[in-house]
Structures are given as structure tokens and as C-alpha cells.
Design a protein around this ligand. Structure first.
Ligand code: PLP
Length: 480
């Protein structure tokens, strides 16, 4: 590493990135390339001699950028957001600079200790019960994704139950969640060896905005108990992926408690909103949870990846995930005087991710972060009102956070309940390159999802997106 070379090249890269952000609206939001486009543009083998940075920048501009979908564009409304910010970006830079691999405390004490402090700060911002703090039996850790978070929670829960019922009981263990739960739970069950026929995805209630009902979960548990099975894990969601539904945490928590089950809460997207007093009630019931997860890399200005997981009792994670090979032994670990996050996660190696979260918290401050969330929710309300005002459309589920689920009403002649009509509208909007939105299906209805949450989005972008959708809808309706 030549420091002066880094300074010069780094400045050029920062200029490139700043120019990218400045001109981000000039690119099609959704990349318009065809599969395999890049193979035609790049050589078959790596260069044997070094290339110049200039040549690389040319290739980035001409060959890479066209294949990028611009998640940071203010016209990005698909899936859920994945925020970048100056603070988060600088944190990533610094983390790349140190490039530590912080599996044990000794490998970089600052990495472990900052993570503990920042996760405690965050738990206090969310008003999580004090048992989730590092000063109690619990604590927080940064995982890569919500998928990893639910997997480690599930492994801890599985092993806790197997210690009680015996290892041969694995085939009897049953997991409960709503059919609106993110597919990461299903994957976690596959990895954890939970029998597929023992994963109960209980039908959510379409009259309750697609939240699951406690009655339906209780009923499923009662049936399984009668069959000699062992209910052991309930996963509730605050802000489901399709429609931002909020499962009834207090009741599900009580059910879990009554049956000595692990209670996990997935608030990957909507957890961010709960730093605002007026949205915090969505976390009521978290007192009953064994584990709670939210993604700071979604809607919290912290560059990917940064998924926050808190547990009430860290010993369960450690019992499931710790190893102690000779080559990693050191005085601090052996004396049990430190946290070694390798024992709370799947991989050994881990990045210094707390830096970027710390920088976001310090450079914005909680009040500005709250305003940021509120602004997006106001913009989503604005979009919702625009939809309501056009009688050709309907808002399909009530909006809770910054996601609006809507659709063009089917025509009388439609055989497919408006599926093709809405698919074509989405396709036309996305292939225009002007906006990017995604879809879901609820109760058989094909629904468009408009998720506000990109950091640069302003009212003018929401209005322009709506005008585009209206114009495309008019054209479509004229031609049908
Ligand atoms: N849970 C919910 C509610 C989500 O919306 C998502 C992704 O959007 C996930 C989990 C999975 O997130 P990750 O990519 O961090 O695993």
C-alpha cells in the first residue's frame, strides 16, 4: 500500500462517486441491459499486466454503470429501500482502510467495544427492554442480513429446546409464523434441519391488513401438541415485506411464553420507524421477545450491510455457535473478560461495521434521523392521497409506514382480476427508466408496491412518479 498513491487515486474515486450522485437522475433507475451483456464486453481472462486507473474508470462508465440498478436514485420505489449516506459511506471507507477481521476482542478491541456501545445506544433509541442491553444478560450484535439474524436466533432456540427434550426430538420441533413472513425464515429452517412439514406458515388475516391472528397461531399449536409435536419458535414481523403488516406482538409473545417457545421479532424494514415516539407502539410486546432484529441498512442511512440483532440472553447464542480452537486462544478470551462476536454468528471473520453506524448516529443525531423517517412517511401519505383521488385506482391495504400498496382497478372485461393490466403498467413504468417499483400478490390480487425511502427522494419525485403512472395507465386503458 503506497499512501501517496492511495491519496491520489482515492481523491479521484471520491470525485467519481460525487459526480455519480450528482448525475444519478440521468440514469435509468432500473438497469435496462439484457442477461449476459457483460460477458460480451469484457475479456475472457484477467490481464497479465497492470491496467491504468484511467482505463478502469472508462470501463466503469461504459460497461458497469449501464448494468447498475440505481438504488440511491430519488426515483427508486421498489422492494424496500437500501440507504446510503455521506456518513455511512465514510464509515465504509474507514472500515475498508482498517480492514480488520474482528472475530475476537483481541483482533481489534475497538471493533467489538464500539459495536457493543452502538447497539446499546440503538436499543435505548428503540426503547427495548433493559434485558436486551449488554449490561444485562443480553446484548446486540451486527449481522450481515436479517436472514443471518433469524438463522442464528433459530439455532439458539433449537438447541435450547433440544437440551430440554433430547437431541432425537429434532424431527418434532415446529416453527410458527404468518404466511406473510419473509422467506428468510424458510431458508433458516432448511439450514437448521427443521423438517419442512413442521414449518407452519399460518394464513394471515386479510381483514387485519395481512397480520396473523393469535387465535390462528394458538389453534395450530394446539393441533400440533395433540399430535405429540414440540412447538418451539414463533417469528412475528413488524412491517411484512409484501404490505408492511404488523403482527400482534403482545399476544404472540404471551403464546410463546405459555409454551416455553422462543419469540423472534423481524422488524427488518419498519424497525427504523420505531425510533419515532408516534410509531414506537408497533413494538409493544417486544418485552416478551427472545430476539429482535432490524436492518439499519434499509431505511436508516447506513450503507449495506448492517443488520442489528438483540437477544435477551446471549448465553443461548454462545452455546449454539461458539468454538474454541487452539489457534484462536488468547488471554482475554480465556479469562472470559471480553465478548468474542465470532461466538454469536455463523462466520468467523467479521468487518468493522459498527463504525458506519456510529458515524451515522453521530453525524445526524437522533432528532434528524427521526425527521428523516417522518419525511418519508409524509411522502408516502402524499402518494396515497394522489392514488385515492384517481377513481381508476385503489389503495389495496391501509398504509402503515412508507409503503403504499395500490393497483389499477380491473376492467369489467378482465378475466384475471387486473393481473395483466397491473403487470403491464409496472413493466411500462420500469422499462421507461424513469422510476422503479415492484409488486406483490395478496389474496390472489396482483398489487403494485410504492416504497418511499431513498435518501434523495423529494415531493417532486413522488409527484412525477404518479404522473408517469397516470399517463401510462391512460394509454393502457385507451388501448384496451
Ligand atoms: N425480513 C423482512 C421483513 C424483509 O423485508 C426482508 C427484506 O426485504 C428480510 C427480512 C430479508 O432481509 P435481508 O436481505 O437483510 O436478509
Amino acid at each position: 500500500m503506497d499512501a501517496e498513491q492511495l491519496r491520489e487515486c482515492g481523491h479521484r474515486m471520491v470525485d467519481f462517486v460525487a459526480d455519480y450522485y450528482k448525475s444519478i437522475e440521468t440514469f435509468p433507475v432500473l438497469s435496462q441491459v439484457q442477461p449476459g451483456y457483460l460477458k460480451k464486453l469484457l475479456p475472457d481472462t484477467a490481464p497479465s499486466k497492470p491496467d491504468t486507473l484511467e482505463a478502469l474508470f472508462d470501463d466503469i462508465r461504459e460497461k458497469i454503470v449501464p448494468g447498475v440498478t440505481h438504488w440511491q436514485s430519488p426515483n427508486y420505489f421498489a422492494y424496500y429501500p437500501s440507504n446510503s449516506s455521506t456518513a455511512g459511506f465514510l464509515g465504509e471507507m474507514l472500515s475498508a482502510a482498517f480492514n480488520i477481521v474482528g472475530f475476537s476482542w483481541i483482533t481489534s478491541p475497538a471493533a467489538t467495544e464500539l459495536e457493543i456501545i452502538v447497539l446499546d445506544w440503538f436499543a435505548k433509541m428503540l426503547k427495548l427492554p433493559s434485558q436486551f442491553l449488554s449490561t444485562a444478560l443480553g446484548g446486540g450484535i451486527i449481522q450481515g442480513t436479517a436472514s443471518e439474524a433469524v438463522l442464528v436466533a433459530l439455532l439458539a432456540a433449537r438447541d435450547r429446546t433440544l437440551r430440554k427434550h433430547g437431541k432425537t426430538s429434532l424431527k418434532k420441533l415446529v416453527v410458527y409464523a404468518s404466511d406473510q413472513t419473509h422467506s428468510s425464515l424458510q431458508k433458516a429452517c432448511q439450514i437448521a434441519g427443521i423438517f419442512q412439514e413442521n414449518v407452519r406458515l399460518v394464513k394471515a388475516d386479510c381483514n387485519k391488513n395481512y397480520a396473523v391472528t393469535p387465535e390462528a397461531v394458538s389453534e395450530a399449536i394446539a393441533t400440533d401438541l395433540l399430535s405429540g409435536l414440540i412447538p418451539f419458535f414463533i417469528c412475528a414481523t413488524v412491517g411484512t415485506t409484501s404490505s408492511s403488516a404488523v403482527d400482534p406482538l403482545p399476544e404472540l409473545g404471551q403464546i410463546a411464553k405459555a409454551h416455553d417457545m422462543w419469540f423472534h421479532i423481524d422488524a427488518a424494514y419498519a424497525g427504523s420507524a420505531c425510533i419515532c415516539a408516534e410509531y414506537r407502539h408497533h413494538l409493544n410486546g417486544v418485552e416478551e421477545a427472545d430476539s429482535f432484529n432490524m436492518n439499519a441498512h434499509k431505511w436508516f442511512l447506513t450503507n449495506f450491510d448492517c443488520s442489528l440483532l438483540w437477544v435477551k440472553d446471549r448465553s443461548y447464542l454462545i452455546q449454539s455457535l461458539s468454538t474454541n480452537p487452539e489457534f484462536l486462544k488468547n488471554k482475554a478470551s480465556q479469562e472470559n473478560s471480553v465478548v468474542d462476536f465470532k461466538d454469536w454468528q455463523i462466520p468467523l471473520g467479521r468487518r468493522f461495521r459498527s463504525l458506519k453506524l456510529w458515524m451515522v448516529l453521530r453525524l445526524y443525531g437522533v432528532e434528524n434521523l427521526q425527521s428523516y423517517i417522518r419525511k418519508h412517511i409524509e411522502l408516502a401519505k402524499y402518494f396515497e392521497q394522489l392514488v385515492i383521488a384517481d377513481s381508476r385506482f385503489e389503495v389495496v391495504t391501509p398504509r402503515t409506514f412508507s409503503l403504499v400498496c395500490f393497483r389499477l382497478l380491473p376492467l369489467a372485461s378482465d378475466q384475471d382480476d387486473g393481473r395483466n393490466l397491473n403487470y403491464d403498467l409496472m413493466d411500462a413504468a420500469n422499462s421507461s427508466g424513469k422510476i422503479f417499483l415492484s409488486h406483490t400478490v395478496l389474496s390472489g390480487k396482483f398489487i403494485l408496491r410504492f416504497a418511499v425511502g431513498a435518501p434523495l427522494t423529494e415531493e417532486q419525485h413522488v409527484f412525477a412518479a404518479w404522473k408517469l403512472l397516470q399517463d401510462l395507465a391512460s394509454k393502457q386503458l385507451e388501448s384496451s
